[in-house]
Design a protein around this ligand. Structure first.
Ligand SMILES: [Fe+2]
Length: 449
């Protein structure tokens, strides 16, 4: 047993392997692209390092793709081979991997909570638990787990800025905007290159309708993100949400081509079908179209990638985006295949993935196809019935808003003024300020009055 530089125990006889693993975890926590390089070096130095295998599996669980299932299973087996010798913290991570690999995501979250009960400053635990609660739509759990750890942190605790970024985002999703902004600004003061702190702040500002501040924030931070992973694409997506409100559509298309979906970018080339990229692309292109903007061949380009996820339901929130893309590209049969595959996959699954698909993601996918066909009554009927279940599929308030925008658009086009009044009220209750002043919603608010 050895202790890493943060005092956390590691079970390996190789100091070299322990050093590489620590760098891999640090890269993960700091949103860098080189996690697998360090992890590969750790496993080369100690091929039997249980925690390194567990971390590899958990890292790939975070990739939210069925294509990683075999490597995840191998990592789990390798980690379990050494479980008898590991310390309780490492055992909890291995058990979390076992739960996550089986789709028991709430059980995985409980394992991370157990780790944080013993080691409240373990940033890896904070990142993983936030990730799982976020993609299950449990904003209050996200906030509670991070707040419980607060007394353990001092200003000079290692990774304090990372903790503040997690604290900022979880408070934002729990609608505690003032606290979120305080933690987010402090995190950025300590580390202006932290993309998660920038992200938390972008969410606060978009929820509050502080459009110009949002543009200034992201434009002021964007040069600090060299070496960071796909989160950078999502931050450019957030910039575009603010630009949408200013009507700067040409600029958005330029950012889309250069920063959100640039096939020449090394990040896109490394993982062309990253789930967050698919979400960003679909949700931005549709937002543009809902505001009358022609997006040209962009749907078709991303549809070629979306085809690869038709039978991949590791990320329920991504599924309706895949259907949206395929329908928009004129590949309706393929879009329908996504829905059929989702429902088949979810059948009999009473766990969080099955529930997310049946109650939220599948209706959103069906509505996305109907919306493309101009069947607005069908969109309204489907989404009005499903909307209170949207959080089950995870994602942020700002991300899920695309399905409210689709619903409002269909209400506008099918003359459902009664529903518009309800929806405007509801969008405010979700946590959006200045709803009447926003693009698209302003029309709805006028019609609703
Ligand atoms: Fe976001």
């Amino acid at each position: 047993m050895r202790l890493d530089s943060r005092g956390l125990p590691l079970t390996t006889s190789s100091a070299e392997a322990a050093g590489h693993l620590e760098r891999a975890i640090e890269s993960f926590n700091y949103w860098r692209v080189d996690v697998m390089d360090h992890l590969g070096a750790a496993l080369a130095a100690d091929p039997d390092f249980p925690f390194a295998h567990a971390f590899k599996g958990l890292f790939l669980v975070g990739g939210r793709s069925a294509k990683y299932a075999d490597i995840i299973a191998e990592s789990l087996n390798a980690a379990k081979a050494g479980i008898a010798d590991v310390c309780p913290r490492e055992r909890s991570y291995i058990e979390a991997l076992e739960a996550a690999a089986a789709g028991r995501l709430m059980d995985a979250a409980q394992k991370y909570e157990a780790v944080l009960g013993e080691h409240p400053t373990d940033l890896l635990g904070h990142r993983f638990v936030q990730q799982e609660y976020f993609w299950m739509g449990h904003a209050d759990n996200m906030r509670d787990v991070v707040e419980r750890a607060a007394p353990a942190f001092e200003d000079d605790t290692p990774d304090y800025s990372l903790y503040l970024a997690c604290r900022a985002f979880s408070n934002e999703e729990a609608l505690n905007y003032q606290a979120a902004e305080r933690f987010g600004r402090k995190a950025l003061e300590l580390d202006p290159g932290d993309p998660w702190a920038a992200h938390a702040m972008a969410h606060v500002l978009v929820m509050q309708g502080r459009v110009d501040e949002g543009v200034t924030l992201i434009e002021g931070l964007k040069d600090n993100w060299a070496g960071k992973n796909q989160i950078v694409h999502h931050l450019w997506w957030h910039l575009c949400l603010f630009l949408l409100e200013r009507g700067e559509h040409e600029r958005i298309l330029e950012h889309y081509d250069a920063w959100i979906r640039n096939p020449e970018s090394p990040l896109v080339q490394a993982v062309p079908d990253a789930y967050i990229d698919i979400q960003n692309c679909a949700a931005l292109l549709l937002r543009l179209e809902l505001r009358g903007v022609e997006v040209g061949p962009r749907w078709d380009a991303i549809a070629d990638v979306a085809e690869g996820r038709i039978d991949d339901h590791a990320s329920p929130f991504t599924d309706p985006h895949v259907a949206m893309i395929l329908a928009a590209a004129g590949r309706e049969e393929r879009a329908q295949a996504v829905v059929a595959s989702m429902l088949a996959d979810a059948e009999g699954d009473e766990g969080p993935l099955g529930v997310a698909i049946r109650r939220a993601a599948a209706p959103c996918a069906q509505a996305s196809i109907a919306h493309r066909r101009g069947e607005h009554d069908a969109v309204v009927t489907t989404l009005m019935a499903a909307r209170h279940d949207f959080p089950h599929m995870g994602g942020s308030h700002a991300q899920r808003d695309i399905f409210y925008q689709m619903l409002v658009d269909s209400c506008l086009k099918s003359g459902r003024d009664g529903e518009l009044a309800t929806l405007i009220q509801e969008i405010k209750q979700i946590g959006f300020a200045q709803v009447e002043g926003r693009t698209l919603y302003s029309q709805a608010a006028e019609r609703a009055n």
